[in-house]
Design a protein around this ligand. Structure first.
Ligand code: KIV
Length: 273
């Protein structure tokens, strides 16, 4: 999936399927499941690195995880997140996007914000860096929004989200993530914009959907309203690890099938003094 193919899917029937991934095994599974795009998101902070939120995540973290993902897959479009403050100035945006693409292997970058980040989007787009924008609830500024809550509920708040999405499209973004918005607002933005909208907690009318992998697989507690556990890989993993611990303690593992034979008589002739 190229950026051009992704963009051309606007309004073309089946929604685009996007998911986050941060390592090679899960990226391979996502590819085999046929996803259109993988986002190496700054959600890696919460999902994998044990942080409470996205703010401590650095460009070097995203680069490290993006490189693992891009080594593993060939089909899906891989997009890497520009983390907190990595695009506050246009020069930073250019330098950090280059790192994510050159060392991380990403085909595109994502950044959060509307008008305030439009100069970064415009500068990147002008230099051939494909940018996915992200408006509505923007986790990097969640403190400003009073936490992870639905955005754009009243008229002025809804208009602000529309303006943010339009500013990013005008600046050259090839797609925009709409996070935690009323479904009707997301539908209106989707109908108005010429670029694909990718929803997360923004209802069913977007051009595509994105979810955090660990939410889909049951690793996140509690389960958030806008997500669904499609398979409880967390419980499966815990049972497998408990079975391993129990078999080691009972000397059932390793069994003869997992053990190796040496030459007869060698053990008896070993010297330990
Ligand atoms: O970092 C991330 O995973 C994201 C998605 C939730 C869109 O930004």
């Amino acid at each position: 999936m190229t950026v051009a193919e992704f963009r051309a899917r606007k309004g073309q029937g089946a929604p685009l399927v996007c998911v986050t991934a941060y390592d090679a095994p899960f990226a391979r599974l996502a590819e085999r499941a046929g996803v259109d795009a993988i986002l190496v998101g700054d959600s890696v902070g919460r999902a994998v690195l044990g942080f409470e939120n996205e703010l401590p995540v650095r460009v070097s973290d995203i680069t490290h995880h993006a490189a693992a993902v891009t080594r593993a897959v060939t089909e899906p479009l891989v997009i890497a997140d520009l983390p907190f403050m990595a695009y506050a100035a246009v020069d930073d945006a250019l330098r950090n996007a280059a790192v994510l693409m050159q060392a991380g292997g990403a085909a595109a970058v994502k950044l959060e914000g509307g008008t305030a980040a439009a100069d970064a989007t415009a500068a990147l787009a002008a230099r051939g860096v494909p940018v996915m924008a992200h408006v509505g609830l923007t986790p990097q500024t969640a403190h400003l929004h009073g936490g992870y809550r639905v955005q754009g509920v009243g008229l002025s708040a809804a208009q602000a989200v529309v303006d943010a999405a339009r500013a990013q499209a005008a600046a050259g973004a090839f797609a925009v993530v709409l996070e935690l918005l009323p479904a009707e607002l997301a539908r209106a933005i989707t109908q108005h914009l010429e670029i694909p909208t990718i929803g997360i907690g923004a209802g069913p009318h977007c051009d595509g959907q994105i979810q955090v992998l660990h939410d889909l697989l049951g690793f996140s507690q509690p389960t958030l309203r806008h997500t669904r556990v499609f398979g409880d890989a967390a419980s499966l993993s815990e049972s497998a690890l408990a079975a391993y611990a129990s078999d080691v303690r009972a000397r059932r593992f390793p069994a003869p099938e997992q053990s190796f034979k040496g030459k007869r008589g060698v053990r008896e002739r070993l010297e330990f003094e």
